[in-house]
Design a protein around this ligand. Structure first.
Ligand code: TYC
Length: 109
């Protein structure tokens, strides 16, 4: 053992390879919340859901609703897993309460 006050030179000066410690912070995976078209859910109801659950204004909600209506599906927003899961659950519960077959799902970005 080295005596008190006697320290070994740092690794980089002893011919050892040194690398900066890299903080291992990974970005969380993100998920798109997707709304699916159907033939029965009223357009007004879909617009209301987009306003309530996704905080959209009437103009944006109407645009997304029409995109879903014409394209078959549309993206309501992109969130981390738990937020996306909660939005899907809120849409599904609200649609069920009102007995509409509206479907909402999520997919990793
Ligand atoms: N296609 C429905 C209708 O004609 C409207 C609708 C839009 C339903 C979007 C679901 O996610 C949806 N009444």
């Amino acid at each position: 053992m080295a005596a008190d006050g006697e320290q070994r030179p740092p690794a980089g000066e002893r011919g050892l390879a040194v690398a900066e410690a890299r903080p291992k912070l990974k970005k969380p995976p993100l998920f798109r919340v997707i709304l699916l078209n159907d033939d029965y859910t009223p357009m007004d109801f879909v617009v209301e859901v987009l306003e309530r659950v996704f905080g959209m204004d009437r103009t944006r909600a109407t645009r997304i609703m029409l995109e879903v209506h014409t394209q078959g599906k549309g993206v309501c927003g992109v969130y981390t897993y738990e937020i996306a899961e909660t939005k899907v659950a809120q849409v599904s519960a609200y649609a069920e309460q009102h007995q509409h077959p509206l479907l909402c799902t999520m997919e990793e970005v």
